[in-house]
Design a protein around this ligand. Sequence first.
Ligand SMILES: Cc1cc2nc3c(=O)[nH]c(=O)nc-3n(C[C@H](O)[C@H](O)[C@H](O)COP(=O)(O)OP(=O)(O)OC[C@H]3O[C@@H](n4cnc5c(N)ncnc54)[C@H](O)[C@@H]3O)c2cc1C
Length: 486
Amino acid sequence: MKRVVIIGGGLGGLASATRLAVQGHHVTLCEAGPTLGGKMNTFESRGFRFDTGPSLITMPGVFEETFAAAGERIEEHIKLQRLEPVAEYVWPDGTRLQHGSSLPQWLEVVRQLEPRDVKGFWKFMKLGARLLELSNETFLRRAPTEAPDWRTLRALRFLPLRRAWGNYARVVSDLFVSPHLRQMFLRYPTYVGSSPWRSPATLLVIPYLEYAYGGWFAQGGLYRIVQAIAAIARARGAELRVNAPVEGIEAASGRVKSVRLHDGTRLEADVVVMNGDASMLARLMKSPTDKGLPPEQRSMSGFLTLAGLPREVPGLHHHTVFFSADYEHEFRQLMDEARFPDDPTVYVNAPSRSDRSLVPGDGETLFIMANAPARAEPWDDAATREALSRVFARLRASGFHAIDAELPVLEKWTPRRIEQAYRMPGGAIYGRHSHGWRGAFMRPANRQRTRGLYVVGGSGHPGGGTPTVLLSAKITSELIAKHERD
Ligand SMILES: Cc1cc2nc3c(=O)[nH]c(=O)nc-3n(C[C@H](O)[C@H](O)[C@H](O)COP(=O)(O)OP(=O)(O)OC[C@H]3O[C@@H](n4cnc5c(N)ncnc54)[C@H](O)[C@@H]3O)c2cc1C
């Protein structure tokens, strides 16, 4: 049995606590903030309940696996609900389309928009299926530093996918003619906080996963997943502490020895698992002034508004995306100029459309989000007001007037608040961006050079987003089982 200290109580930290407690280790998890869950968190006011982080999950099988690793059945803890449609997309020219899970219906939508794109869609599905097979065998389920086994070698035969190694936006343009379908597919790299114009086409696996496995929600809100995993970790003996920021990791002779908490407590550790942003390891290990991930390497942050509407909005779907008029210009402003766009694409999540327990009687819970650069802009009151007015201007211009009504709850999350709440440099939601091949695949290793030191979560391998973070916890705990034997 090893003494394991986990730094951070995000989804990856909690899933690791569960898996490592099941392996029989003595696990102590230290979360700096007042609640568990990290970015996957919750906010409640006047009877309105919001998720403040993830709003859509894919790959439900990975969630089932996490519970199964502790001998539990997910359905005994959480009711996962497949969304139908997954999302509605709205363009400034008035075009609207729904992406549902029925393939014949979706093909009809594509045919209506542009008959030539039916062929492009099939090509995309074929490419996505091969990419998923390749990713599963090589990247998603194993640590990149481990020696290849026969499965990896077998997967290499899929590598000559000429398209997969190209530029994401270029491949989308090759596959689709309709400007609407192009824009719809261009959006997916934002699921990992990246620009479609800079990401590799391998990220087409993201839309493929949504088409193949659907988009899901958990009744009661996605925070239920955090609560259930935390309860299982505790039941297996893990100690989960909140308000326990770690200030330093101590090592001797190339091996971790202990962690130092803010209040001066020292916890002896054979194994330390970093669930906070991996770029903060340098600060914890040697240099208290290190600022972590440099701005040009950061994934995007977000500008988020939580609003409780006093009445229902019939016809509104669980997820709606209101596209900006010029997507490429929007990304130039986000990435090249590092500023909040004049005309942002706005994502509206209304979980109360699927679950009335989230609202007090009538009404809707709205989670309204736009991408924002992960830079240390001031985000003072004036900047925040200006960003909010641009978000609302896009919604009004796209015909969404529900926000004109009185809003009884209004919470705003700026990149600066995200940075401070979760200790992510600049509020970069997904750690390093996934630009280029290196950015997407050469992420901080789960097993670090200092012996006994591991990384888990979205800033490390294999990357951000809830299912990937759970896979990260699986990889890291398997590495610990392999390398940290008594
Ligand atoms: C607004 C928003 C929307 C999102 N939407 C989606 C979505 O729809 N679907 C999806 O799959 N994903 C989404 N995500 C991403 C998803 O939330 C993350 O990828 C995932 O939750 C990250 O989990 P993690 O394990 O990496 O830990 P994190 O959530 O990053 O948590 C790390 C924890 O470590 C703690 N910590 C850091 N340093 C220290 C220290 N020194 N001492 C103690 N504790 C420390 C932090 O306080 C934090 O709680 C979204 C995120 C945000 C913010």
